[in-house]
Write a protein that binds this ligand. Structure first.
Ligand code: PEP
Ligand code: MG
Length: 747
């Protein structure tokens, strides 16, 4: 970059800093800014457009256009050249604006005489806040140096907008990003509703000094920060688990970027032009985020993601803000994150009121934990991480998958009513805790809870559950960075049994694969992981872990009764092989002199249709069968349980699925096999009631679902319900509308 340009840019930024430091209302400041840019850079017009709401840009200040157009001229994102800059986050630079694609004539601004147009996005970390525009009568394109200078200015404007430097005289902000209410439509991950305040998992780094008049000092700061960054990356590489090729590959990419000369040179140029070291890092980060949004190549996107992570680290080093920004976590935190791992979620603990993710899936590890804790969760809330600020009021509707950020009073009021209703209902359910789930016709259904963490167990007595119908042992594996040891597992299972105080706990052996991936196991590249190498298939092919787990369970029982079940058994041979491993483990423990369980139950999970048709001998062999309805349903309808598009198409209350379940109930009866249902549907009152009518006498569900299900069962006569089901049967399809009409008729 030529020295002349650098010193001009520095002079402009120096003046800009003086303007921004002046006291007075934001509008006056913004007016001075556009006047300064037009004058210093010799343009006829300089204007700033800021977002008024998510879709609308508004002319907020101008030098050269008709002053009466300020706060009147508006355009939607994508509309006109200004809207195009905002949408694409790319510079539009043309010597003949009226001939340019998308040009929109705005008579109120008096711009018909202007030939050239150059618009630059005002963006901060990929979040577009507005557009900076310069225009002139003369037909000329801006030079690369001029565009660079405008980008530098836009960067400073973005920082100052974020810091609230352009607040209007009446206290309202110019540019309403981060201030207006926004509704996000995501996907329901865990039911429930929560009101609270935003807590960002990755807090936004606040840069308070975008401009510097001492480039030498800033260069030294940048170089020192880069040195620390390289050191951090080297340390991460040294401690990385080398068997995890993917983790090592990411860290190698980090190292490559941390040593990249071109990245460094661009930031050095930015500093020479008058930006502080922090602002230089952010400017490059914003540009790479804009590229990330455009990249169609997955590999390139991933690499830009890596660069983004690295820039965040560098910013934290420079600002000394670390993860700890000094902000205090609100008393009612709702966690907002792009995505989160189970271990990180566990660190926050149950104090979270809700969780909102931009990515993630219903079957993600985080979702499993949020569900186990009954924390409302919404996933796929696109854009919330850049829109939300720490401390913003937020409402999470886990049932509808909706998130209201900075809600208006009427929305908040309606939400509060909903919360009060849910609380009243919970109180009502608490009163049922010690009562049996006995229907009006005298049938008792045994209700159990699903669990997976030690932290779930305290809710066992208060939930009214008779025991744990499904203990997902893989959660303990998922929350660690390395394979747990046998002694650790054994101690943990012993604590689970102690907490259950003699109630039955059905331990499901490790169910990994599909979406449940252990960071310390070699990742499998499978075309269709849900139907791939998972659960008992892994356990039998690599029996070391299964054996270790079985041994840990036997030792934990220390003579007490023990119930275990194997996941995803598709054919009797798999069950028999797993059972043989268990028998071998028992024999070994006997030889070692450990006490054996006084009573044993060994069951299988029925999660593939094939097992329903297994030979009679199998049905007589198993001590119990537990239907994993989540998986069974996905294979019955051939609809991926994690694909929101197809998942919702098929209803568990479809006549075909109910008929299938009836067949299973009949087989269980004929072979005198204990049968339970432990998929998510068992925890929904309507579905639970139908399962009871089909003959299920044991259901296992999320702990908070026990109250509502018990409440429903105690008010229904299964004979009447059966008649409604029969009446709705002809013609096929879902019987849900018929059931809802029947329930509505009964008030
Ligand atoms: C199921 O598939 O229904 C089940 C209970 O297991 P998971 O949800 O853990 O796969
Ligand atoms: Mg399953």
């Amino acid at each position: 970059m030529p020295d002349r340009i650098e010193s001009e840019s520095r002079r402009l930024l120096g003046r800009l800093r003086a303007v921004l430091a002046e006291s007075g209302a934001g509008q006056a400041r913004l007016d001075r800014v556009v006047e300064l840019i037009a004058g210093s850079m010799r343009f006829d017009v300089c204007s700033v457009y800021l977002f008024r709401d998510a879709e609308t840009l508004e002319l907020s200040a101008t030098e050269g256009l008709h002053p009466g157009a300020v706060h009147k001229t508006r355009m939607r994102v994508g509309e006109g050249l200004v809207g195009r800059v905002a949408r694409t986050r790319q510079v539009v630079n043309t010597a003949d604006a009226p001939a340019a694609r998308g040009f929109r004539f705005m008579p109120e601004t008096g711009e018909e005489v202007l030939a050239s147009f150059c618009g630059v996005p005002i963006q901060r970390l990929g979040d577009v806040l507005g557009v900076l525009v310069v225009q002139s009568r003369e037909k000329r394109e801006c030079s690369a140096d001029e565009i660079y200078a405008l980008e530098i200015v836009a960067m400073v404007l973005a920082e100052m907008t974020e810091l609230g430097a352009f607040t209007g005289g009446d206290g309202t902000a110019l540019g309403l990003r981060h201030r207006r209410p926004v509704l996000f439509r995501g996907t329901a991950g865990q039911e429930g509703a929560a009101a609270g305040h935003v807590w960002l998992h990755e807090p936004r780094v606040v840069v308070t000094n975008p401009i510097s008049d001492n480039p030498e000092h800033e260069l030294v700061r940048l170089r020192e920060a880069i040195d620390s960054l390289r050191q951090q990356v080297d340390e991460m590489l040294a401690t990385a688990v080398t068997v995890d090729a993917e983790q090592v590959a990411v860290l190698e990419t980090y190292r490559m970027f941390a040593n990249s000369r071109s990245w460094m040179r661009r930031m050095e140029d930015d500093i020479a032009s008058g930006l502080s070291a922090e602002a230089a890092v952010e400017k490059e980060q914003s540009l790479s985020r804009a590229r990330m949004g455009q990249a169609t190549d997955a590999y390139l996107r991933e690499r830009l993601h890596d660069l983004d992570d690295l820039s965040n680290r560098l910013l934290r080093i420079l600002t000394g803000q670390g993860r700890e920004t000094g902000a205090r976590m609100p008393d009612d935190p709702v966690l907002v994150a792009r995505n989160i791992g189970p271990g990180e979620l566990l660190e926050y603990g149950k104090r979270l009121r809700g969780v909102v993710l931009e990515e993630g899936s219903v079957g993600s590890h985080a979702a499993i934990i949020a569900r186990a804790w009954a924390i409302p969760l919404v996933i796929h809330a696109g854009g919330i991480v850049t829109e939300a600020l720490n401390g913003d009021p937020i409402l999470v509707d886990g049932e509808q998958g909706l998130v209201h950020l900075r809600p208006e009073a009427p929305v908040k009021k309606a939400f509060d009513d909903k919360l009060a209703m849910l609380t009243r209902a919970q109180e009502q359910y608490a009163g049922l805790r010690d009562l049996p789930a006995t229907t009006l016709c005298g049938t008792t259904v045994s209700l159990h809870m699903n669990a997976g963490l030690l932290a779930d167990l305290p809710s066992l007595p208060s939930s009214g559950a008779e025991g744990v119908g499904l203990f997902r042992t893989e959660l303990q594996f998922l929350i660690r960075n390395q394979m747990p040891k046998r002694a650790e597992l054994s101690a943990l299972y012993a604590r689970v049994m102690a907490a259950a105080q003699g109630r039955r706990v059905a331990f499901r052996t490790l169910d990994i694969g599909s979406d449940k991936v252990l960071s310390y196991m070699k990742p499998q590249d499978e075309p269709n992981p849900a139907m791939g190498w998972r659960a008992i298939r892994v356990g039998l092919d690599k029996p070391g872990v299964l054996r270790m787990q079985l041994q840990a369970l036997i030792r934990a029982a220390a003579g007490r009764p023990l119930a275990i079940m194997f996941p995803f058994v598709a054919i009797p041979a798999e069950f028999r092989a797993a059972r043989a491993e268990f028998d071998k483990a028992l024999a070994r423990e006997r030889i070692l002199g450990h006490p054996l369980p006084e009573r044993l139950e060994v069951g299988a999970m029925l999660e593939t249709p094939s097992l329903a048709f297994a030979d009679e001998s199998f049905w007589r062999e198993v001590d119990f069968i537990s239907i994993g309805g989540n998986d069974l349903k996905q294979f019955f309808f051939a609809a991926d349980r994690e694909n929101e598009r197809v998942r919702r198409r098929y209803d568990m209350l479809d006549v075909s699925f109910l008929t299938f379940l009836e067949g299973i109930v009949a087989r269980a009866r004929a072979s005198d096999t204990v049968l339970s249902y432990c998929g998510e549907d068992a925890g929904k009152p309507l579905e639970a009631m139908v399962l009871a009518a089909l003959g299920f006498r044991m259901l296992s569900m999320r702990a908070p679902a026990i109250g509502p299900v018990k409440h429903m069962l105690r008010r229904v006569d299964l004979r009447e319900l059966r008649a409604v089901i029969e009446a709705a049967r002809p013609g096929g399809g879902t019987i849900r509308p018929a059931l809802e009409a029947w329930l509505a008729g009964r008030g």
